[in-house]
Ligand binder design. Structure first.
Ligand code: GTP
Ligand code: ZN
Length: 350
């Protein structure tokens, strides 16, 4: 069992669940320490040990693992102060996306809450928000919808009302001015000690501004600990920021058209309102596309339902193997030829 300083690691988000995994590691090197990944480059990683940040390399055996910022690993120091990462502790949550090539891309691990930041200005786009919600919920991470630019946005009240009607009531929904200290108070329920948050949203939505506001509040209230040698000031990192109440925020590069890395079943569960209503549809396999006795159509926002269908089609498409796709294209061609033949037939009969 390796020795850890739970108190200082807690400041960078260590949880009981992760710490208890250490008891199950019987072959851990005695001089290993527990670290959290804060940055991933091609040839090296940056990790934080609760005191400071430093560079390390992953052992070649780990190169096939999908390492992500936020992962907890064991680090060993060899000669010349070289640090090697030897063991990955299985993450409790893991957000990934599926690229256009169908491959998985890890984004972040061990996150408790995702703040989905969207501007109430021209950034406003309920469909994109639902896409983010699907990505986050299928990863088992709690979403909080943070609508930024409440002070300068257009039709703020109408847009918030539209979202309240469209999204399930279980999803926290806030309108904030990310430049104001009030944002920290509004988000306080998710900023407790040891919590890890990630901010997702388009470029310009206000992620950096919100991070600044939340961490500045942290510097003010956390100032008393500055001098004690192992206080909050130790958490200076390029991508891991500490907030007022002890939570940490992980920065991510902006994402554009993200696809959830999820199958149809988990995507269905992520649209909890549709999933619950579907139980009352007349047909068990109802597609909510105009079948009689459908409990979903009409009850759920029309555009939300269209978006749900779109995301489901994407999930189905990316679940297909190349062979499935070839078979489907062949099937379409046959259907197309049959349709052409039928219309020619009709024309001929006229
Ligand atoms: N008035 C007002 N301005 C905001 C608010 N949120 C963001 N801004 C402004 O919008 C601009 C973009 O905000 P950023 O925080 O840089 O956006 P970002 O999401 O970090 O963008 P990327 O770093 O490109 O991903 C800045 O000029 C902010 O000052 C807000 O709530 N109110
Ligand atoms: Zn239905």
């Amino acid at each position: 069992m390796i020795d850890i300083d739970f108190e200082s690691l807690r400041l960078i988000g260590l949880t009981q669940t992760i710490a208890s995994q250490l008891y199950q590691l019987h072959d851990a090197p005695a001089n290993a320490s527990l670290v959290r990944i804060t940055e991933i480059q091609r040839d090296w990683l940056t990790v934080h040990d609760g005191q400071a940040e430093f560079r390390a390399r992953a052992l070649p055996a780990l190169h096939d693992e999908a390492l992500a910022v936020g992962d907890w690993m064991l680090s060993t120091t060899l000669a010349h102060d070289e640090r090697w990462l030897s063991t990955l502790l299985p993450p409790t949550t893991h957000i990934a996306r599926r690229g256009n090539d169908g491959r998985h891309h890890s984004l972040v691990s061990n996150v408790d809450t995702a703040l989905l930041v969207m501007g109430l200005d021209h950034d406003f786009n309920p469909r994109r928000l639902e896409r983010y919600l699907a990505i986050v919920k299928t990863a088992g991470v709690e979403p909080v919808v943070v609508m930024s630019k409440a002070d300068i946005g257009d039709d703020v009240e109408q847009r918030m009302e539209l979202l309240r009607q469209r999204l399930p009531a279980t999803i926290p929904l806030l309108a904030v001015n990310t430049l104001s200290g009030d944002a920290a108070a509004q988000l306080a329920p998710w900023l407790g000690v040891g919590q890890t948050l990630v901010l997702l949203g388009s470029s310009g939505a206000g992620k950096s501004t919100l991070t600044n506001t939340l961490t500045q509040a942290g510097q003010q209230t956390g100032g008393v600990r500055k001098g004690d040698g192992r206080g909050r000031h130790t958490t200076t990192s390029r991508s891991l920021h500490l907030c007022a109440d002890g939570a940490c925020i992980i920065d991510t590069p902006g994402l554009r058209s993200w696809q959830p890395d999820a199958d149809e079943a988990s995507l269905t569960a992520a649209f909890e309102d549709i999933d619950a209503l579907a139980a009352q549809c007349q047909f068990r396999d109802c597609h909510h596309a105009g079948e009689p006795g459908c409990a979903v159509r009409g009850a759920v926002d029309d555009d939300r339902l269209l978006n749900y269908h779109k995301l489901m089609r994407e999930a189905r498409r990316s679940q297909q193997t190349p062979l499935d796709r070839i078979a489907q294209v062949a099937k379409w061609k046959v259907m197309q030829r049959a349709a052409v033949a039928r219309s020619k037939d009709k024309l001929g009969k006229r």
